[in-house]
Design a protein around this ligand. Structure first.
Ligand code: SF4
Ligand code: SF4
Length: 365
């Protein structure tokens, strides 16, 4: 059983004519939540601390606001730690979000700059998204996980997560923020797809687009050398003939378990006691923040959760979401995308020893 702390999104306004009540702000209450939950207690003076969040894609409008990240950074600064705010690049090579340059440009467009968040922004998997340390593990799906190098070299990670639905993983909570958000393209590929890319010689017109874009010269004689391929998906993006064969995009239990196995590799690398988690269950959109638009939220805002247990915080957030009524504008009229398995995320994470689905909730008003 682990402790999960919670501050609700709803505030009781007893006197609406008093316009200046800053203590009612969710930012003020986030500060109290961090203080009273003691989730940052394991940060030591001089530690390098990563604040891992999601900056959203171009067009996303309901990602987290930068002022929440700034408040978290301010609280970590009180520990005299060295802080950076971080994200990783996306799968592929052609879209803006797939390099550190584009990732930072979009972050700035969405309001995340070193000035707004109060700390430098560093993209954890390097310029092109391949900078990793390789972690081998005896797991059901992922025998090797490419942990983003900056994360691997960090002393403590604070996951500042927008809790929302996800079309593959079910929900995007802390497990997904760590499992997908702290690994490089290669493991993102292995989470989403069951087998490496392969060229269909029947469809290939030998146009050489894939040969030119491949960063590792992995394509010779229109065949992919799997010893060189780092599964970035770049070749598939540029092939107009759809000659790059990919397995079916995964969903259900399969992707849920892969996300958890990647999260385990990240947590084992940094150290289980070196994480704090904040789930913002507000603007719970039907899509994740990689989506280029934001549909109306599925339910009313719930609040913010804090814990040092990744399984407990995601379970508490899931439980609260399931109890809420769908809004009239909810895009999907069920609680989750029907082909996803959000419960499997927390169940498998508990099986792998990442935390407990049993939690005690303490409300911080
Ligand atoms: S891009 Fe497609 S069609 Fe062109 S060489 Fe590569 S696999 Fe063949
Ligand atoms: S062959 Fe592999 S490394 Fe090269 S572009 Fe395709 S997926 Fe990327």
């Amino acid at each position: 059983m682990s402790k999960v702390f919670f501050t609700p999104a709803d505030v009781e306004i007893t006197d609406p004519t008093r316009w200046y009540q800053p203590d009612k702000s969710l930012v003020s209450r986030l500060e109290r939540l961090i203080e009273e939950s003691s989730i940052l207690d394991n940060i030591d003076k001089g530690d390098i601390v990563a604040v891992k969040t999601h900056f959203g894609d171009r067009g996303t409008t309901k990602m987290l606001r930068s002022l929440f990240v700034r408040k978290v950074v301010e609280k970590i600064k009180e520990k005299k730690a060295k802080i950076y705010v971080t994200e990783t690049t996306g799968l592929g090579l052609t879209r803006d979000r797939t390099t550190a340059i584009g990732r930072i440009e979009i972050a700035e467009e969405n309001g995340f700059t070193s000035q707004t968040v109060g700390a430098p922004i560093i993209i954890a998997d390097g310029l092109r998204g391949f900078d990793a340390i390789r972690v081998r593990q005896n797991a059901r799906h992922l025998k090797e996980v490419h942990v983003a190098r900056a994360i691997a070299e960090t002393d403590f990670v604070v996951a500042v997560t927008h809790f929302k639905l996800h079309m593959r993983g079910g929900v995007g909570g802390s497990l997904k923020n760590i499992g997908v958000g702290c690994v490089t393209k290669t493991t993102k590929f292995d989470i989403h797809l069951p087998s490496p890319p392969e060229i269909d010689k029947e469809k290939c017109t030998e146009c050489d687009r894939c040969v030119e874009i491949c960063p590792f010269d992995a394509i010779e004689n229109y065949s992919i050398d799997l010893d060189k391929c780092l599964k970035c998906l770049g070749c598939a993006e540029v092939c107009e003939e759809r000659a790059i064969k990919l397995g079916p995009w995964l969903d259900g239990d399969d992707i849920a378990e892969r996300i958890v196995e990647a999260a385990k590799a990240v947590i084992d690398t940094v150290g289980k006691g070196n994480f704090a988690f904040l789930n913002f269950a507000i603007d719970i959109t039907p899509h994740c923040d990689c989506h280029p638009y934001s549909a109306p939220p599925q339910v009313s805002d719930i609040g913010v959760y804090a814990s040092n247990d990744i399984v407990s915080i995601d379970t508490a957030s899931l439980d609260a979401y399931k109890k809420e009524s769908l809004t009239s504008k909810a895009l999907i009229k069920e609680k989750f995308w029907s082909w996803t398995s959000p419960e499997r995320l927390v169940e498998y994470a508990e099986e792998l020893g990442l935390g407990s689905r049993r939690y005690e909730l303490e409300e911080i008003p």
